[in-house]
Write a protein that binds this ligand. Structure first.
Ligand SMILES: [Zn+2]
Length: 106
């Protein structure tokens, strides 16, 4: 008897995985928006630019939680592994890169 996981096509996209990836993407985007806002405040010599610290911390926690919900789903469900793994790599590249690039231009 085949398990549910082994019968699922590696290329099929599960709606739960898509939803979780969307949540992860949205959380990552919110984190970047806050980091960008803090960066702009620092550049503008805003003495209270640290007001973003707690917001960024909370946003990063939401991002990590969303990431692990997504990754745990892939692991437990075994759906669309190849396709979503590539999407996850792209998302991680987007999440990790922009702030470093932006900071490097100053
Ligand atoms: Zn799934």
């Amino acid at each position: 008897m085949k398990s549910e996981r082994s019968e699922r096509s590696k290329n099929s996209v599960c709606s739960d995985a898509i939803r979780l990836l969307d949540l992860y993407s949205e959380a990552a985007s919110q984190s970047l928006i806050l980091q960008q806002a803090q960066f702009q405040a620092v550049v503008a010599d805003d003495a209270e630019s640290n007001r973003f610290d707690l917001l960024i911390h909370a946003a990063n926690e939401r991002k990590q939680n969303a990431k692990y919900l997504y990754l745990n789903h892939l692991h437990n469900h075994g759906c669309s592994y190849e396709q979503l793994r590539n999407a996850s790599k792209d998302l991680n590249a987007v999440v990790d890169a922009p702030l470093t690039k932006t900071a490097g231009k100053v």
